[in-house]
Ligand binder design. Structure first.
Ligand SMILES: NC(=O)c1ccc[n+]([C@@H]2O[C@H](COP(=O)([O-])OP(=O)(O)OC[C@H]3O[C@@H](n4cnc5c(N)ncnc54)[C@H](OP(=O)(O)O)[C@@H]3O)[C@@H](O)[C@H]2O)c1
Length: 319
């Protein structure tokens, strides 16, 4: 497993991390906690030192599973990056089809309170990284979450502050990044071989400010492993029934045909590995966090780290 320094945090992290959304047990179809724990153990055994989660994943369950597995061997150098701002604690009704009863809440007091709940569930004295969870940009000025992050840092309740940005809203985000970059230690962006919008503005700005970059959805919800086809369908308790709907799937699979010549250059590597190598090839990107449900997926994904970034010739094929 290769490692790198996560920007201005100075933290040394593995270039492949573990995305812990699916193991929370909601939004991705059924999961089995025993297999999820085995997947986490497999990641740690292979040298993964960054786990990305959120309070809302499984309504606390993802954080609890991580705490349980880390308690078996000690947390050591493992960095847990969690998130707050999707308020499931005060839900009134289940009206957020497929996503559970969640309200976005970026109010200063709420973020401080939510961080304390994550500290308790993760059984740590302080959170390594607390990220604002995909806030609407208009809330970021109004609701003072930046101040919450500064207060939490001063109080020793978080070590570093992050911003997991909403997908594809780069113009407003660039403005905010410019304004608040001193508060922001890490940025989490959606970036993969088919979705390269972050290259335009966010990644260059992150580099300019020395912000650590965490790459999410690096496998486009599993599509970039090559396992889905035009007939693939997802159950209603799997968010992919919307995010990889038949229309979206058609469109992505059309685009994927153009990537085949790149995959063909590496017949001994899985498509997941080549796709993950792409994500850690951009100089601004430090760690990709593929989600995984099983130890086998973890093994496949982690191997990408040692293959390293793609070559200049590889990237030229992509254009
Ligand atoms: N707003 C935000 O802040 C936000 C949003 C999204 C994600 N994230 C973070 O980013 C992480 C990664 O994104 P993601 O999990 O949404 O998508 P992803 O990493 O692109 O895809 C993960 C899914 O692909 C499948 N998979 C993974 N490795 C595989 C392999 N080697 N072979 C075959 N299938 C494989 C698994 O699902 P199946 O086995 O069911 O196919 C897995 O759950 C998340 O876990 C979360 O931590 C953050």
């Amino acid at each position: 497993m290769q490692t790198t320094i996560l920007g201005k945090t100075g933290l040394r992290v593995s270039t492949i991390g573990f995305g812990a959304w699916a193991i929370g047990g909601t939004n991705w179809g059924p999961t089995d906690d025993a297999i999820s724990k085995a997947a986490l153990r497999a990641a740690l055994d292979r040298g993964v030192t960054l786990i990305d989660t959120a309070d809302v994943y499984g309504f606390g369950h993802s954080e609890e599973l991580i705490a349980a597995v880390l308690s078996e061997r000690g947390k050591g150098e493992v960095i847990i990056a969690t998130k707050a701002g999707n308020d499931f604690y005060h839900a009134q009704n289940e009206d957020d089809a497929g996503y559970g009863p969640i309200r976005q809440n970026m109010a200063k007091d709420y973020i401080i309170w939510a961080a304390e709940q994550s500290i308790r569930r993760l059984k740590v004295e302080a959170l390594d990284i607390l990220q604002l969870h995909s806030p609407d940009t208009n809330r970021l000025d109004r609701d003072e979450p930046w101040e919450a992050l500064s207060i939490l840092k001063k109080a020793g309740k978080i070590r570093f502050a992050g911003w997991s940005v909403q997908s594809f809203k780069e113009t407003e985000q660039a403005f905010l990044l410019q304004r608040y970059h001193e508060v922001i230690d890490t940025l989490q962006v959606r970036y993969n071989i088919l979705e390269r919008e972050a290259e335009r503005v966010l990644l260059p700005m992150a580099q300019q400010y020395g912000v650590g970059v965490i790459v999410r959805i690096p496998l486009l919800f599993g599509l970039l492993t090559g396992k889905f086809n035009r007939q693939s369908r997802f159950s209603s308790d799997d968010h992919r029934h919307m995010n990889l709907s038949p229309e979206k799937l058609e469109n992505y699979l059309d685009q994927l045909e153009k990537i085949e010549p790149l995959y063909a250059r590496y017949p001994d590597q899985s498509k997941a590995q080549v796709s993950l190598r792409f994500c850690i090839s951009h100089p601004a990107c430090h760690v990709a966090i593929p989600g995984a449900k099983t130890p086998e997926q973890v093994a496949d994904n982690c191997a990408a780290s040692d293959f390293g970034p793609l070559t200049t010739e590889d990237l030229a094929i992509l254009g």
